[in-house]
Ligand binder design. Sequence first.
Ligand SMILES: Cc1cc2nc3c(=O)[nH]c(=O)nc-3n(C[C@H](O)[C@H](O)[C@H](O)COP(=O)(O)OP(=O)(O)OC[C@H]3O[C@@H](n4cnc5c(N)ncnc54)[C@H](O)[C@@H]3O)c2cc1C
Length: 503
Amino acid sequence: MPTSAVRDIVILGGGTAGWMAAAAFVRVLGEACRVHVVESELIGTVGVGEATVPHIKAFNNLLQIDEADFVRRTQGTFKLGIQFVDWLRVGETYIHGFGTEIGRNLGLLPFHQYWIKGHLKGRVQGIGAYSLNTLAAERGKFMVSASDVPPGSPLANIAYAYHFDAGLYARYLREYAGQRGARHTEGMVREVVLDPENGHVASLRMESGAEIQGDLFIDCSGFRGLLIGDAVGTPYEDFSHWLPCDRAFAVPCESTGPPTPYTRSTARAAGWQWRIPLQHRTGNGYVYCSRYVSDDEAAATLLANLDGDALGDPRPLRFTTGRRSACWNRNVVALGLASGFMEPLESTSIHLVQSGISKLLEMFPRDGFNPVLAQKYNARLAFEFDRIRDFLLLHYYATERGEPFWRECREMVITPELSEKIALFRDSGQFYRNAEEMFGDVSWIEVMLGQGVVPNGYHPLVDQVPEPDLYRFIEGVGKTISNCVEAMPMHQQFIDRFCKADR
Ligand SMILES: Cc1cc2nc3c(=O)[nH]c(=O)nc-3n(C[C@H](O)[C@H](O)[C@H](O)COP(=O)(O)OP(=O)(O)OC[C@H]3O[C@@H](n4cnc5c(N)ncnc54)[C@H](O)[C@@H]3O)c2cc1C
């Protein structure tokens, strides 16, 4: 790390965001900076956030975390994708399986182009039958990528993420950061002191009277955004006209069987319910729109739809989906809930924390705070938030459900970017990933199809393959995927063998 005007980094907040930032900074910046985390047990953390996306493996690699140890200590399980139940209509289920390829690409075209022709002619199975992740998830199988198979084998490149206990994850990172020199102060911030000359944050004045000074302040104070919002006055852009859910109840319950290797999201009358299987329990929550269901009804719906006995009372959470107009303002960078909130439908919040951290490290200031750095950082983060917003919006908008909440979603005016994506996909099954957007082709294709956005046509080159060869190719891919999944161990067996946690 080159020398920088930033020596003292103060992180306000000891939730998932704060400890992820602390762990990454001590690991990457080393002796170049001092890292100080300030948190208050009286305020506590939001304590949810237990499902992730495959990008988290890059974060763990950066920290050089041992995977088995990590899974064991966070009561973790593995996640091949998300199962969506009743989203298109009641009784309809599909899986958004992770990965970079469905089936096997042929020539210039991705597999799904050939599949569309077969589908339009009624000659092939659903797209999930050609996705290793989807099929393995359905059959409860899991393994990490195998090193002893030919490079082109679907088993050589298995994309997966984790489910984990949010409290244990924060504790794990806190220990990691502490062992590598991060300082930690427990106590409540009473006042944020600004430099009268430039409006930068100069220090945090604590209830105890202590004053904590820094060069760079990372706001991980949660929904309130004590530094980015209250102190330096960054507006919050509200997305709730697109994503109208604004509340949730969360409750863990007893596990009643082996953990599924996927998150489940079940659409309900005024929102959706998550189910996240861990080794020691199952996490559940109902995310809903308060204009369409009362809190009592939402809590009752959640409790009526658990696998096992609830392990406590449902905990209420309130939020406004959106983001800060700038996540980096003066010498404050907001991460986590302080920077914005995308509702947890595709488990993207922890990824956004990770993305903010890595972009900040890439763009770390050298000679003070040149606004050009912050402008670029803000543009990149805003782009990422907005494309995730569009992806979430697709799930709500492309539905045939008839309840008033879903009718409102179906009839909403969507963003021009999403409109264009849907139109292009409907025309000929095409999708083009935009620069740094998080979700790639496979995710968009699976969710489009799952939500009933079916292409009317396919790429003209598909017709160059004679039909009998086309069907033989598709069938062969299906058989290969099925045989690979057959060879995989059950998820529970894999955990028992490599990373079983203490009860
Ligand atoms: C319903 C719901 C479900 C979610 N599910 C997922 C999911 O499945 N996957 C996912 O990736 N994300 C999910 N998230 C998001 C995830 O929970 C958050 O991104 C993550 O927990 C980060 O939170 P945080 O650290 O920003 O804030 P918090 O956990 O709220 O932490 C805030 C910290 O700031 C400190 N603090 C605040 N004010 C002060 C003060 N005055 N003085 C001292 N300290 C202070 C607090 O003590 C605390 O340590 C979900 C969120 C919600 C609401």
